[in-house]
Design a binder for this molecule. Structure first.
Ligand code: GRF
Length: 198
């Protein structure tokens, strides 16, 4: 199964996928390209360090959002992967891309959807919301991407304990280590093994 991974930041979820392929917890899967909207994303370095083709397609390089969207869809059409993985990708996926790749785009979100998700909930803001609400359990969710934000069918979730004195940064790290880096590779493996029926 050929996958493209879309990234925006540090790429720790990308690294978990790379490691999963190398240690065979993810079977018959190849990352054929990594694409970032952010030229400075360390995730691009991780790709290059692992011999994976990597490129930046940034909205800054286009006169309009529509032109950026077109370029992104064009790139996906050209590579034509079996699965597109959003791993910390902070750009809205064009409806045209969702339509071109039905049930072939998955996203990792750092909360137990439907809590702390949707517009404005990304990165640390998710954990700030969880701490502000005072939840005792949070976690991460892998879901299929549809036209909405964090609204597609849920594939996997994993719970993580919130501890007294947690800061958003400490909680984010625990959610990454204990949940994101576990369920994203697991979801990819389930799909590559044909365990997900449409
Ligand atoms: C993390 O907050 C993760 O929960 C979310 O994107 C952020 C960066 O992840 N999905 P990464 O280190 O770039 O994979």
């Amino acid at each position: 199964m050929n996958i493209v991974v879309l990234v925006s930041g540090g790429g720790t979820n990308l690294q978990a996928i790379i490691d999963g392929i190398n240690n065979k917890t993810i079977e018959n899967t190849k990352i054929v390209e990594v694409v970032s909207n952010n030229a400075n994303a360390y995730a691009l370095t991780r790709a290059k360090d692992n011999g994976i083709p990597a490129k930046c397609i940034s909205p800054k390089d286009f006169d309009s959002r529509d032109e950026f969207n077109e370029a992104l869809v064009e790139e996906m059409d050209k590579v034509n992967p079996d699965l597109i993985v959003l791993a910390g990708f902070l750009v809205n996926i064009p409806a045209k891309m969702v339509a071109r790749f039905p049930k072939k785009i998955i996203n990792i979100h750092p909360s137990l959807i439907p809590s702390f998700c949707g517009k404005g909930y990304y990165g640390l803001k998710v954990h700030e919301g969880a701490l502000k609400r005072g939840v005792k359990i949070t976690g991460a969710t892998v879901h299929f991407v549809d036209e909405g934000t964090d609204t597609g069918p849920i594939l996997l979730q994993k719970a993580v304990e919130v501890k007294d004195g947690d800061t958003p940064e400490v909680l984010q790290r625990r959610v990454m280590e204990e949940a994101e880096w576990v369920i994203l590779p697991a979801a990819i493996n389930m799909i590559s093994q044909g365990l997900i029926n449409d």
